[in-house]
Design a protein around this ligand. Structure first.
Ligand code: AMP
Length: 190
């Protein structure tokens, strides 16, 4: 079983590449952003709680996020592996994830970060907003807040897994199939 974290700032292509990798390798793809949007779409109490944070570009509180992820892991069964997209987003979430996986004798095999600079990210997300229907994609100040939150809270997760030599960086600018190939060959070499 290979468990991967696809890492990187908002708009770095995690969702696109995670979908393609899950398809190619037969992994289960878990995106906490997608799980939240589904809860919001179904107007659940969890969705209502998450919405105000998401609309400001802030992180949803850990207790809510980790609880939702735990439930998802309990529901799903996949022996090939899991690709985590958008989780963990801070060190506390990383510790919780390690703990949850270890309960079933598993661990994170690698974290792979997509490297994309800030201005490219802002342009990509504004472009994506034309079709994503996501209010948090359509406002430049919210996008810049998401990038700031990423730098302050999320980036340390790279170092957390780097301490055990499990963090890798991949150039995230270029054509989608080219980036996919970079990721595929890295995963094949793990
Ligand atoms: P994403 O689709 O990954 O860009 O996530 C959209 C929004 O959902 C983020 O800006 C956060 O508000 C929230 N979110 C997604 N994943 C997490 C997480 N692991 N922890 C806290 N908030 C999250």
């Amino acid at each position: 079983m290979i468990n991967l974290i696809l890492f990187g700032p908002p708009g770095s292509g995690k969702g696109t590449q995670a979908t393609k990798l899950a398809d190619h390798f037969g992994f289960l793809h878990i995106s906490t952003g997608d799980l939240f949007r589904s809860e919001i779409g179904n107007n659940t109490s969890l969705g209502q709680e998450a919405q105000s944070y998401i609309s400001r570009g802030e992180l949803v509180p850990d207790s809510v996020t980790i609880g939702m992820l735990k439930k998802k892991l309990e529901e799903e069964n996949n022996d090939k592996g899991i690709i985590f997209d958008g989780f963990p987003r801070n060190v506390l979430q990383a510790e919780a994830l390690d703990e949850l996986l270890s309960e079933s004798g598993h661990e994170i095999s690698a974290l792979i970060a997509l490297d994309v600079d800030d201005e490219e990210i802002v342009n990509r997300i504004l472009e994506r907003s034309k079709t994503s229907g996501r209010p948090d994609d359509a406002d430049e100040s919210i996008i810049r807040n998401r990038i700031e939150v990423y730098k302050q809270e999320t980036e340390p997760v790279f170092n957390y897994y780097d301490e055990s030599n499990r963090s890798h960086k991949v150039q995230g600018v270029g054509e989608i199939p080219v980036i996919f190939e970079r990721l595929r060959s890295l995963i094949d070499s793990l």
